[in-house]
Design a protein around this ligand. Structure first.
Ligand SMILES: Cc1ncc(COP(=O)(O)O)c(C=O)c1O
Length: 310
């Protein structure tokens, strides 16, 4: 008998993920016109889901996509997706949750699409331990970051606050970083050379005991970043937003990327310049501990346990 597969929510129905499909004429497929969210659970409880759904609905509003659901309905469908899949998760693991939304196929192509005309709303779950499996050892070793020639898309063109699927520039940045150093993570800049973010994460440095985030005009306003800013405040760690450049980053005491799947991941070098001796540095460690307290789970220990990292 075939193994039971996870189910995904696709525009009002639950289907086995192996059979969950979208139309070949979906505007997300044809033109990359799709908005999305990636959230996760800690101890199987969704983390800051409200923040993710607010951002999803803001992204839809910006791009004129009507998903035909209220935020409450989206939340209910998310909880139901989790509920229907939780028995398939390995002990001690958690789920990453994808929301992908497009306007669906164009009206004149509806008859060629199984679900006809109307928005495509996909909610699917994926074990967090299987999300970018190579990344988990980096809690101990730190990330080698490379500032790429590839720039961020400026807000005056397509606002990066919109979490959208037109992500070719992130791929180019990843390819460039990998050519310079195997396994390196991309760090992008804006048109003026100020640091923006990574290809799937925000970025922060520690300078003179202060936590510094790139001025976020040309970045996604990460939910993890938001949580870290609140934690810094409660920990008495001063926080500022500033235009920072390569000079500031090379001379930083500490740096880290932050994003939903891994929360906080320390950086050891940027363009070959070593930042701190210890990984993670002391402020990064304090924020990691505070984040784990807030999430109710030691996510670093969890990731190491699931990947057999001592
Ligand atoms: C470009 C970019 N920046 C930042 C983030 C971090 O956002 P969040 O903390 O909401 O996961 C992501 C997450 O995927 C991203 O793709």
């Amino acid at each position: 008998m075939a193994a039971e597969t996870r189910v995904a929510y696709v525009s009002g129905e639950f289907r086995p993920e192996t059979e969950a499909t979208v139309s070949v004429y979906d505007l997300g497929v044809l033109y990359g016109q799709m908005v999305f969210e990636f959230s996760r659970t800690f101890g199987l409880k969704p983390f800051r889901m409200e923040h993710h759904l607010i951002r999803l609905f803001a992204s839809m509003k910006y791009s004129g996509i009507d998903c035909g659901m209220t935020m409450e309905e989206m939340n209910d469908a998310t909880n139901e997706t989790l509920e229907r899949n939780k028995h398939l998760l390995a002990d001690g693991d958690d789920y990453g949750i994808w929301h992908n939304v497009s306007a669906g196929p164009m009206e004149f192509q509806a008859e060629a699409s199984r679900d006809g005309f109307g928005p495509t709303v996909i909610i699917s779950v994926w074990p967090i331990s299987l999300t970018k499996p190579v990344q988990w050892k980096l809690y101990d070793t730190g990330i080698n970051a490379i500032i790429t020639a590839q720039r961020s898309v400026p807000a005056r063109l397509i606002d990066p606050k919109v979490k959208n699927r037109s992500r070719m520039h992130y791929r180019m940045a990843d390819l460039q970083a990998a050519k310079v150093r195997e396994g390196a993570w991309a760090l992008l800049t804006d048109e003026d050379g100020f640091i923006t973010e990574g290809s799937g994460a925000n970025f922060m440095i520690v300078r003179d005991g202060e936590l510094v985030s790139p001025e976020p005009r040309n970045t996604l306003r990460g939910v993890t970043r938001g949580a870290i800013i609140e934690l810094a405040e409660s920990q008495g760690i001063p926080f500022v937003e500033d235009n920072i450049d390569a000079y500031d980053v090379y001379n930083a005491a500490e740096a880290f990327y932050c994003s939903t799947s891994f929360a906080i991941m320390p950086v050891i070098t940027v363009d070959g310049h070593q930042l701190s001796d210890a990984v993670p540095g002391p402020v990064t460690q304090r924020l990691t501990d505070a984040f784990a307290d807030d999430a109710g789970i030691d996510f670093v220990a969890q990731a190491k346990r699931l990947h057999g990292i001592a």
